[in-house]
Design a protein around this ligand. Structure first.
Ligand code: GLY
Length: 418
């Protein structure tokens, strides 16, 4: 224990030294300024939203903006519905201001209905970003029950034959015909934290065992030798073998979709924290090394690492075929930034922390952070939901803001340890 804390202190000193001459004080001021900005944006956003205690759920949780710049809210079971409540929890964590606790509880409490949802794999995102943060920052026994019941619901999608959780019930290709009957997407790694936590809370090892099995199968089938990732892997439920490796949101079947790679880094970092399995640390580091060594100059990725490159051909019906545009995706950067803060510490590698600090400063610069009162009061600009579907291209997105705020909390904790 003592050795571990000496190691952590040493690591923090190295990490901060690596950042150059920006001292701890200046960096804490940077976090404070970004926290104040985020509070201002989200206060204005809330001001324009209906009363969360009584409103129709589909009108009250911000997601993005449409082509007219009008705010778009989440449908009842949209995968991102937990991020806005999660951002309110992060603001409470960063500011200590009880008004954010109150708002976070109000938005979170409305999501209890999700706990029985079994129609896709996204429950981890939906429940863990909302109730997971709630349990950590203002614990109540009822939150535990919701997380355990959600873990039970998510576990119904696990099949011992394929040894993975099914992401979507099926997947139709661009021609409208069913292409995959057991699709698993790399994003699914993010749902495993809910299972790991539910095992600890319930003393039931089954949830964690499903998470570990899923992570092992994904490690075997979703990566190339250089740790770049495929987006979708389809399984045969009779043999358990892989049938296809394709993309849905990426540029082409053989390309590396930037946000998918971000989910891989975050997912395996988190699974290493939960299990201490060396192969997960290796996967997280390998995926991070790929991401960091393929970035354009400003350190924020294009929406796909292979967009427009020879040897990568989009499907004939993908929007990307005739529009091979290099559009930045700040959401992939924000997710990776948060993951790199944790990975740097777990791997004892200041280079990851240094990369996270650089990414955070770039995201907070005028190139990516909105002007006060603009951007429909979202924090970050220039994200891509799904370029291939021409959906949310170069817009703000609720999850980019969530992981930006999480990056600030992780950086603040790191500085305060020193
Ligand atoms: N399915 C999650 C994402 O679009 O990243």
């Amino acid at each position: 224990m003592k050795t571990k804390s000496i190691f952590t202190i040493l690591f923090c000193i190295l990490a901060l030294a690596a950042f150059g001459d920006n001292g701890k004080k200046a960096e804490l001021a940077f976090i404070k300024e970004n926290t104040a900005f985020a509070q201002q944006q989200l206060s204005s956003m809330i001001h324009a939203l209906p009363n969360p205690d009584t409103a129709n759920i589909e009108t009250m949780v911000p997601y993005s903006i449409d082509s007219n710049g009008t705010l778009v809210t989440c449908k009842k079971y949209w995968w991102t519905i937990g991020f806005f409540p999660g951002s309110l929890w992060k603001l409470y964590e960063l500011s200590g201001d009880k008004q954010w606790l109150n708002q976070a509880q109000r938005w979170t409490n409305r999501l209890e209905y999700l706990k029985t949802f079994t129609d896709n794999h996204d429950l981890g995102f939906m429940v863990y970003c909302s109730f997971g943060n709630a349990l950590r920052l203002a614990p109540k026994p009822h939150y535990k029950e919701i997380i355990i019941e959600s873990a039970r619901s998510l576990s119904t999608r696990f099949n011992p034959k394929t040894a993975v959780i099914k992401s979507w019930n099926s997947y139709k290709g661009w021609d409208g015909l069913t292409k995959c009957n057991y699709p698993v997407i790399i994003d699914n790694m993010m749902n495993l934290e809910l299972l790991c936590e539910a095992s600890k809370m319930s003393n039931n090892p089954t949830f964690q065992s499903i998470a570990v099995t899923h992570a092992n199968t994904t490690l075997k089938n979703h990566f190339r030798a250089d740790y770049s990732s495929y987006h979708v892997v389809d399984y045969d439920t009779i043999t358990g073998e892989v049938k296809h490796r394709i993309t849905s949101q990426g540029y082409s079947d053989n390309s590396t979709w930037a946000r998918g790679q971000a989910w891989a880094i975050y997912g395996y970092t988190m699974m290493y924290r939960e299990t201490q399995k060396a192969e997960y640390l290796k996967a997280a580091s390998g995926a991070a090394d790929y991401f960091l060594s393929h970035l354009p100059e400003d350190g924020i990725p294009w929406w796909d690492f292979n967009v427009g490159q020879a040897g990568y051909t989009p499907d004939k019906n993908s929007y990307a075929l005739h529009n091979p545009q290099k559009i930045k995706d700040a959401s992939a950067a924000a997710i990776t930034c948060s993951a790199l803060f944790e990975l740097g510490e777990l791997a004892g590698k200041p280079t990851y922390t240094k990369a996270a600090i650089r990414m955070l400063h770039t995201l907070a610069s005028p190139a990516y952070r909105a002007e006060s009162g603009k951007n429909s009061n979202f924090i970050l600009m220039h994200c891509v939901g799904s370029f291939a579907h021409n959906s949310n291209v170069d817009t703000p997105l609720d999850y980019a803001d969530y992981y930006f705020l999480e990056s600030l909390t992780r950086y603040k904790k790191l500085l305060e340890k020193k």
